[in-house]
Design a protein around this ligand. Structure first.
Ligand code: HEM
Ligand SMILES: CC(C)=CCC/C(C)=C/CC/C(C)=C/COP(=O)(O)OP(=O)(O)O
Length: 316
């Protein structure tokens, strides 16, 4: 009886082998959207839009805004789809990611690969054709930075993976800025620095909550390699770094008093959550801090935008 069960299991394994799975077609069009990590990309596009607005004292040209956002969005979606392809086996080992189209084997890998390539070529091509070469090459750098350097190498190699890889995710405000102005400058680099400093508290809060899953899958995230207490301290310290960096737009005169007030209120709540993570007394704090971090980054870019136009109108 036991032998028969083992045989049936074996047959199930053969049926589910990668070769057979590659011919499965029970995926839907919605899976193509899932591959793009749409909610992450939308927040990135908000950051890019703020970069566009801040690049000029007047309103940015609708042409640069529309083609810039579509090009950056397609490229980021393509990068995310490549991440699903590269990580498909790893994603299958973690509950949070196991239902993804490739991890669950409901979509053949070549379909996802073709989709990732199509989005990426369309995105970079559109930026080259309708926006400018600088934005196209910087976007390509971010795409490769996330899809290749972070996903295929850093993620599996070092607990500093998200710190270094965070540079690719932090690029959108700079991409928005160059799409409108065609040039680099200290201001857009400061916007990148804000997202860059925010990434560790954003991600490590979640990684603390998902520590056991990462450990089982063998991914060297900081709570796995250096323990939970050390990671909680890092969330607290990078939280302070983020606070310091978010004050710089006011310090260098890029943003006004409205920004300062807004960002101080956001920083206070952000640090309350990071403090709760650091203390480690509330087991729900890391996940709550992770979700707040998303509202926080939207809030920071929201007040940057509000301040830019409010100050502009006040000056007439
Ligand atoms: C290397 C840098 C980053 C890492 C490692 C990271 C990691 C993660 C992870 C693991 C999740 C959970 C995803 C899920 O369960 O579906 C997540 C969610 C999220 N991240 Fe990040 N992130 C990074 C950068 C960013 C950036 C730059 C932004 C936007 C500016 C961002 C915005 C979001 C949003 C909006 C969500 C929620 C998605 C949802 O609701 O499903 N992340 N991040
Ligand atoms: C062109 C451009 C702007 C590119 C940026 C691309 C992009 C969508 C970056 C997202 C950052 C992110 C969610 C990382 C998590 O990856 P993970 O693999 O560690 O998380 P997972 O386990 O949820 O897949």
């Amino acid at each position: 009886m036991a032998n028969a069960a083992i045989k049936r299991q074996g047959i199930r394994d053969i049926v589910k082998s990668p070769l057979v799975a590659a011919t499965q077609t029970n995926w839907s069009w919605r899976d193509l959207i899932t591959l793009c990590k749409p909610r992450v990309v939308v927040v990135m596009l908000v950051c890019a839009l703020v970069g566009m607005a801040l690049a000029t004292p007047t309103l940015p040209s609708p042409h640069a805004v529309v083609f810039g956002l579509v090009g950056i969005g397609l490229s980021a979606g393509g990068a995310a789809a490549f991440n699903h392809v590269v990580d498909r086996r790893l994603d299958a080992m973690m509950l949070r990611t196991s239902r993804r189209p490739l991890a669950s084997q409901r979509m053949p890998t070549p379909v996802a690969l073709a989709w990732a390539a199509l989005l990426s070529v369309a995105g970079i091509g559109l930026l080259l054709w309708q926006v400018n070469a600088l934005t196209a090459w910087l976007t390509l750098g971010s795409l490769l930075g996330y899809a290749l350097i972070y996903t295929a190498f850093l993620k599996r190699a070092t607990p500093q993976n998200i710190v270094i890889g965070g540079l690719a995710g932090a690029a959108p405000p700079l991409l928005g800025w160059t799409a409108v102005s065609g040039q680099l400058g200290p201001e857009p680099l400061l916007l990148v620095l804000i997202v860059f400093a925010w990434t560790p508290p954003h991600f490590w809060a979640l990684a603390i909550h998902k520590r056991d899953e990462y450990a089982r899958a063998g991914v060297p995230m900081l709570p796995v390699t250096h323990g939970e207490a050390f990671t909680r301290l890092q969330v607290w310290l990078y939280g302070w770094l983020t606070v310091a960096v978010t004050l710089l737009p006011f310090v260098i005169g890029m943003s006004g008093a409205l920004y300062l007030l807004g960002v101080m209120a956001l920083n206070a709540r952000f640090m309350v959550w990071n403090w709760r993570v650091w203390r480690g007394e509330d087991p729900r704090a890391p996940l709550a801090a992770f979700w707040f971090s998303i509202r926080y980054i939207l809030g920071v870019f929201g007040v940057l935008l509000l301040d830019h136009y409010a100050t502009g109108w006040a000056w007439g």
